[in-house]
Design a protein around this ligand. Structure first.
Ligand code: ATP
Ligand code: MG
Length: 251
């Protein structure tokens, strides 16, 4: 069997008395589009934080391309080729949209020359649909556009794996097709995706596999059609709401 791109073994993390992650074990292979779902407070963002170097797990290991990365700093993880977007967006507000993405290309993407980094940044802005806003101050973007900026910054580090943490929040359902297209286009660039997403139509539309977290525990890991029929998942997370309209969970 091929070595996994990302492998978590028995990863746990506590905040004081709260066990935010409990013995989480899974693998992600190159080329997958994995949906990570679970109720509010399930530990999804904490999992991204543990994998991307924000937190060191209290127990267990994270391996990326066969190197143990748990314990590394965020910039070291990024330079190894793992990117993440922030659920609570964090642009440099005093900089323009283009400058934000150029900085990511310079510091995380390994591009040494500013004009080349700027050109690469413009390509990412075009890709995410933000090109018309490139000269705006990042502070003046709408929430949906700030999410797109997060995505462009993540792509600018030239990742092999990207975590998308609710990158579509703030978009209306008219944008659904565009969203699906964008995620598929990222995958087509050869980037493996782990996507935290509350729109079930998006999750079901693009995921090759779904992981479900509940109270810090991985309660399901399987094909989308199997996972959403799994009684434990229906009971713990989707409840009657998904069954009724087939579209989204309560948020
Ligand atoms: N830095 C922190 N310090 C203390 N507790 C935290 C911290 N970060 C998260 N938590 C707690 O850990 C649990 C998991 O939070 P997390 O943000 O990972 O959930 P989530 O699944 O991303 O939820 P949501 O769907 O609302 O984004 C919650 O109980 C949260 O309050
Ligand atoms: Mg979260």
């Amino acid at each position: 069997m091929k070595a996994p791109l990302l492998q978590l073994d028995e990863v746990s993390l506590s905040f004081g008395g709260l066990k935010a992650l409990s013995n989480v074990t899974f693998r992600i292979d190159a080329g997958e589009i994995v949906g990570l779902i679970g109720p509010n407070g399930a530990g999804k963002t904490t999992l991204v934080n543990v994998c991307s170097g924000v937190f060191r797990p209290s127990h267990g290991t994270v391996r990326f391309e066969d190197h143990v990365i748990s314990g590394m700093r965020q910039d070291q993880v990024a330079q190894r080729g793992m990117a993440r977007t922030f659920q609570v967006v964090q642009p440099f507000p005093a900089m323009t949209v283009r400058e934000n993405v150029t900085a990511a290309a310079l510091f995380g993407g390994g591009i040494r020359h500013v004009p080349e980094a700027r050109k690469f940044a413009d390509e990412q802005l075009e890709f995410v649909g933000l090109a018309p806003h490139a000269d705006k101050s990042a502070a003046n973007l709408s929430l949906a556009h700030r999410k797109r900026l997060e995505l462009a910054k993540s792509l600018a580090i030239k990742p092999r794996l990207i975590w998308l943490d609710e990158v579509n929040a703030g978009l209306n359902s008219d944008d659904l097709e565009k969203t699906l297209h964008l995620i598929r286009s990222i995958a087509a660039r050869g980037i493996t995706i782990v996507m935290i997403e509350h729109l079930m139509k998006v999750v079901m539309g693009v995921s090759t596999r779904i992981l479900v977290l509940k109270s810090g525990t991985l309660i399901a890991d399987g094909l989308p059609m199997d996972v959403i029929r799994d009684p434990t998942v229906v009971e713990a997370y989707l409840g009657g709401h998904y069954a009724e309209d087939g579209s989204r969970r309560d948020v």
